[in-house]
Design a protein. Structure first.
Length: 183
């Protein structure tokens, strides 16, 4: 698909043009794990229902810091950890590309609560996870959280964003991919 190729080429060009500090030097796995654990605890303090969801999740994928920048062409990059209840972990990166009327730079973190085997299987068996293509994802904000209870959790994935800083404005077409970092 030509648009998809253009988006990923634009993302790669943008990622290479950002200073190393902006798009994150590769974390050591120990540092990434520690930062992801701290980010998850911070999320639980700010959104207590996230901890309730975590108790039912099969796994939690945490990206403590994603940097997003763009001016017409844009992109974002970050690394994260997939935590399983049995203390097993896997490492992932998130990469996105966009094109459209946009300008700015921002950073944020996000956590994906994978609620069932379908979501985990899709993450493991796909060649990177394209958000919006696979399992059902519910983005949880204050309004959504008020209406959720442990008995109404029936979607595949619940997503929380946190620690947003900076400003990114515009209207753009975006593609996003989550891929495992060398196992």
């Amino acid at each position: 698909m030509p648009v998809r190729n253009i988006l990923f080429a634009a993302t790669a060009a943008l990622a290479l043009s950002l200073p190393a500090a902006a798009h994150g030097e590769r974390y050591s796995r120990a540092n990434l794990t520690t930062e992801s654990e701290h980010a998850l605890q911070k999320l639980y303090r700010s959104e207590p229902f996230a901890e309730t969801i975590a108790q039912q999740a099969k796994a939690i994928l945490v990206f403590p810091s994603i940097v997003r920048a763009g001016f017409v062409f844009g992109g974002s990059f970050g690394e994260g950890v997939l935590f399983y209840p049995d203390q097993h972990t896997q490492y992932y990166n998130s990469l996105s590309g966009s094109w459209g009327l946009q300008a700015g730079i921002q950073s944020y973190g996000y956590a994906l609560f994978l609620m069932n085997d379908r979501a985990l299987e899709y993450l493991d068996k796909s060649d990177g996870w394209e958000l919006g293509v696979g399992p059902t994802i519910v983005v949880v904000n204050a309004g959504v959280a008020k209406n959720l209870t442990t008995t109404t959790l029936n979607d595949d994935v619940y997503a929380f964003t946190f620690d947003q800083e900076g400003l990114m404005a515009g209207l753009a077409i975006e593609g996003s991919k989550i891929s495992e970092i060398d196992p």
